[in-house]
Design a protein. Structure first.
Length: 340
């Protein structure tokens, strides 16, 4: 489930903080990188690692494999912990700069969308055009579900062929079974039930937020997006724009286009137009209409070049074609999958 505003975009707010980053502290940046499983050392060139055989503090040569790395940037080595501590103040700025660079590499990396396990087409972006099946733990597109519903086996799951649950209790039991397997989508699904107060659950935004957070930690980008949305609008928590941006960033790193579009809005409000349009360009090329509209606005005022806009528009239409199928079109026409 995705908690979205009426127009799906982050509204402009004159009182929005003007900080260019939601994570100013170097330790917080490093922590975020660890949570999204960024292997910093993999991003450092082999040549740098091979040439760094001298202690950055005292200059003593040593076996590279036996020396201590800087825990955050991995760029420099030390012969012992004492040298590392001694050099910390001198190394701090370069370390912060490199960690920020590595974080941005992940933040602005384009992510390939997940595929429907049946038709192998990219899954739609809107939650109303795909469904989490509690029986098998798979997210299936509306087209494949529609095709099954039109067959003689309409009461069966298109993937695992198990029948639909017959009661709320049965549905909750299935969700819990998937949660026991650490299925991220199961946590997000139950979070959505609490958020909407459905299938016998009382509406509880705080409980929903906890489940969305767990879903994000297990790999569901939309889970992180929902946590960001809650902090953004004060749903079940106090409004905290810094935390909102933090979770939007985690969601964007995981491939959530709703989050990336909202980040573009936040960066634009803070006056960071270059970063804002980097987010919009990525989302637009991935098929997100609201971001494409922003790119068009940027072109009209001279922030985006003609070639950049043309490339974004071309990529947008190509991605839209990849999302289409006859079954998905029929599903939408049927009214059974209204989208969001």
């Amino acid at each position: 489930m995705i908690c979205n505003k009426n127009d799906g975009a982050k509204q402009q707010d004159d009182n929005q903080p003007t900080s260019s980053s939601s994570i100013d502290d170097i330790d917080a940046v490093a922590e975020v990188m660890n949570r999204v499983n960024i292997s910093v050392s993999n991003n450092i060139s082999t040549n740098i690692m091979e040439s760094t055989t001298e202690c950055a503090a005292c200059g003593k040569e040593g076996n590279s494999d036996d020396m201590n790395n800087c825990n955050k940037c991995k760029m420099v080595k030390y012969c012992n912990a004492a040298c590392k501590k001694k050099h910390r103040k001198k190394h701090k700025k370069a370390c912060e700069r490199r960690v920020a660079e590595l974080y941005d590499e992940q933040l602005f990396k384009e992510i390939e969308p997940e595929e429907c396990p049946i038709c192998m087409l990219s899954l739609p972006m809107e939650s109303g055009e795909k469904t989490f099946k509690t029986c098998c733990g798979k997210v299936i597109c509306s087209g494949c579900i529609y095709a099954m519903n039109m067959s003689e086996r309409k009461n069966l799951c298109p993937f695992c062929r198990l029948p639909k649950s017959t009661s709320y209790a049965d549905e909750i039991k299935r969700i819990q079974t998937q949660m026991d397997k650490d299925n991220a989508e199961a946590f997000a699904s139950l979070g959505g039930c609490y958020a909407r107060g459905i299938i016998g659950m009382e509406q509880d935004f705080q409980k929903a937020g906890e489940l969305f957070l767990k879903a994000g930690e297990l790999g569901c980008a939309e889970g992180y997006y929902n946590v960001g949305y809650y902090y953004d609008d004060g749903v079940g928590v106090e409004v905290d724009k810094m935390k909102a941006k933090h979770y939007y960033e985690l969601a964007a790193i995981g491939g959530c286009l709703h989050a990336r579009n909202n980040l573009g809005c936040l960066e634009g409000q803070a006056g960071n137009h270059h970063r804002a349009f980097k987010h919009y360009m990525i989302a637009a090329k991935s098929g997100y209409k609201l971001s494409l509209d922003k790119v068009k606005e940027g072109f009209e005022v001279g922030i985006v070049t003609k070639d950049e806009y043309a490339n974004a528009l071309r990529a947008y239409h190509e991605r839209q074609k990849e999302l289409k199928s006859d079954e998905r079109a029929k599903a939408m026409e049927s009214g059974l999958f209204p989208g969001e």
